[in-house]
Design a protein around this ligand. Structure first.
Ligand code: AMP
Ligand code: MG
Length: 329
């Protein structure tokens, strides 16, 4: 693992794969229903809290010319990027809505969120991490003029409230899943660790150590990755963050964003990102129309996997999308 890698792959060796819905026994369907009750409450709680906080709820996009380059995030490992031709134009399926979010937040919706289907054809081996699906949903949000600290504080409040709410309202389901007793309402504020300090302390395997030793959700900051995360060229520090859940791993990535045209171009050139695929963003940035913002994306199935304690993320999906396994539904 590279020292720069975000904390994604800690669990290996999940051997039993979730079955398609139509092959589940009656008993297995009872478990599936408990998980979906947790999913329903989680979505309902998070979206209603964001709406209460003044966020606009935007519907997602599936096909665009421009999507997340997912590069250079060494944690990402898509084996194929889905591109199709429609109306004589090449479009890509959404890898994440980061570009749309930054544009929408700058031009029209200062506080926005979306529940965005992401299609990432992860390498087959990732079936066994238990935390990768090839289709999943991000609760992606962005706030104009926000600082990283403000976004982290909002996420802490949401997670704290969510766990409290679930323990109050879904005691039976969490008990059935064996999670009621050991799912603790996290203490705020969450601890923050700089990636460079963790590298010094734990060496190359810092990710695994941190995830296994964590007793509470925690933040890791300053992770080198894609052009859109803010980087201070003088200090070399990145103003970004990952949220790590104990014994699970990364559930959220976010940052303050780059908005300065020259910096964005410099980073795209440095990283070998094709500027042709980001014409709208670059044109707006050149005109000074991209505004400073910060935000994050939460992997909903990962969050619910952690809450429910399932071995494989596919168990949280009604129709599992497991890397390397293509079911009919
Ligand atoms: P990223 O921008 O790559 O950090 O993705 C944002 C969030 O989406 C991550 O923090 C995860 O919670 C989730 N995520 C990323 N890749 C996958 C995947 N293959 N399957 C399920 N969730 C994922
Ligand atoms: Mg990430």
């Amino acid at each position: 693992m590279s020292a720069q890698k975000s904390v994604q792959i800690v669990r290996r060796g999940v051997s039993e794969m979730p079955k398609p819905l139509e092959q589940l026994s009656e008993e297995e369907i009872i478990k599936k229903k408990c998980i979906s009750r947790v999913m329903t409450h989680t979505l309902s709680y998070l979206t209603s809290e964001l709406v209460k906080h003044g966020f606009e709820w935007l519907l997602p996009v599936i096909f665009s010319k421009s999507t997340d380059p997912l590069w250079p995030d060494p944690g990402a490992s898509v084996e194929k990027r889905v591109e199709v031709e429609i109306y004589g134009e090449t479009v890509r399926t959404t890898l994440s809505m980061i570009v749309h979010k930054v544009v929408a937040c700058s031009l029209a919706y200062p506080k926005l969120f979306t529940l965005s289907p992401n299609i990432r054809i992860e390498r087959k081996e990732r079936a066994h991490t238990g935390i990768h699906a090839y289709e999943f949903t991000q609760l992606d949000f962005e706030v104009r003029d926000a600082t990283s600290k403000q976004i982290r504080t909002l996420v802490e409040k949401l997670l704290y409230g969510l766990i409290k709410n679930l323990k109050r309202n879904l005691k039976d389901e969490l008990t059935f899943l064996g999670r009621y007793e050991n799912l603790n309402v996290p203490s705020k504020p969450f601890k923050v660790y700089d990636r460079t300090d963790l590298e010094h302390k734990y060496g190359k395997k810092w990710e695994t150590r941190v995830v296994l030793e964590a007793k509470e959700p925690l933040w890791i900051i300053n992770i080198p990755r894609e052009f859109y995360d803010f980087e201070d060229f003088d200090s070399g520090k990145w103003d970004n963050y990952d949220l790590i859940l104990p014994k699970y791993g990364e559930v959220l990535s976010g940052s303050r964003r780059e908005w300065n045209y020259r910096k964005i171009v410099k980073k795209m050139d440095r990283d070998g990102v094709n500027k042709e695929n980001f014409k709208a963003l670059l044109t707006l940035a050149k005109k000074g129309r991209i505004k400073p913002s910060a935000g994050a994306g939460i992997g909903i199935e990962r969050l619910v996997s952690w809450i429910t304690g399932v071995k494989h993320i596919g168990e949280t999906q009604p129709f599992p999308k497991i890397p390397g396994k293509v079911y009919e539904l």
